[in-house]
Design a protein around this ligand. Structure first.
Ligand code: ZN
Length: 218
């Protein structure tokens, strides 16, 4: 895994992706501590030809499904490009859907994405990351954002997202700026997967905030 996520300067990103795709099955996911997750990723400007880009996107999608997760950024498989995939079928109970705004987000590819807040509202919920396995923490994020990006065919994307789709897009775009969700999480909210399953598997973190001693936005 170290050799996959540690490209030497002489190796092109195209060669690196070809090498990754030479192996069967889901791509290895890079864990926190690898510098590739802390770099500002390179803008995509055709480093992968259309055929290779399509194969890489398919592999990212398969890896996201296998994990399973609702988003995966290229640096999470060791590739230094501003590229991510997102997809959330949102198979959650109605009360969770209402509390978190977790509505289905169809599969999409984000090329060179950026976001900016719309309004000042913030929403705080537990989230996790495939590169920080075994843990979750509460992150207060913009409740509504304007996403600008390109899709995998180079068509511009410009739309306003709320609820869980807004959270997913912020999380994945942050990856491309070398940020992990733990950077702006409530430290006292940190919970193992076991604690999440046993204690905090509920629509909002209100009870966890009281019990663990962290603040939620107004
Ligand atoms: Zn992540």
């Amino acid at each position: 895994m170290a050799s996959l996520s540690d490209p030497t300067p002489s190796r092109s990103v195209s060669d690196q992706v070809e090498e990754l795709l030479a192996h069967e099955g889901p791509l290895p996911i890079v864990a926190a501590g690898d510098p590739v997750l802390r770099r500002v990723a390179e803008p995509f400007d055709g480093q992968l030809d259309p055929g290779l880009l399509a194969r890489f996107v398919a592999a990212l999608r398969a890896t996201m499904h296998a994990a399973p997760g609702v988003g995966l950024a290229a640096p999470q498989v060791g590739v230094d490009l501003r590229l991510a995939v997102v997809e959330d079928p949102a198979p959650v109970p109605e009360e969770v859907r209402r509390a978190r705004g977790r509505v289905p987000l169809p599969f999409r590819v984000l090329v060179n994405p950026a976001y900016e807040p719309v309004g000042r509202a913030r929403a705080a919920f537990y989230e996790g990351c495939l590169s920080v396995p075994g843990w979750q923490a509460v992150v207060a994020r913009h409740a509504e954002v304007r996403l600008t990006a390109f899709d995998e065919h180079g068509r511009p994307v410009d739309e306003v997202l709320t609820g869980w789709p807004a959270r997913i897009v912020q999380h994945e775009t942050d990856h491309l700026d070398g940020m992990l969700y733990v950077d702006h999480a409530e430290p006292r909210s940190l919970a193992s997967s076991q604690a999440m399953a046993e204690r905090w598997n509920e629509p909002t973190p209100v009870r966890a905030a009281r019990a663990l001693g962290f603040a939620l936005p107004e």
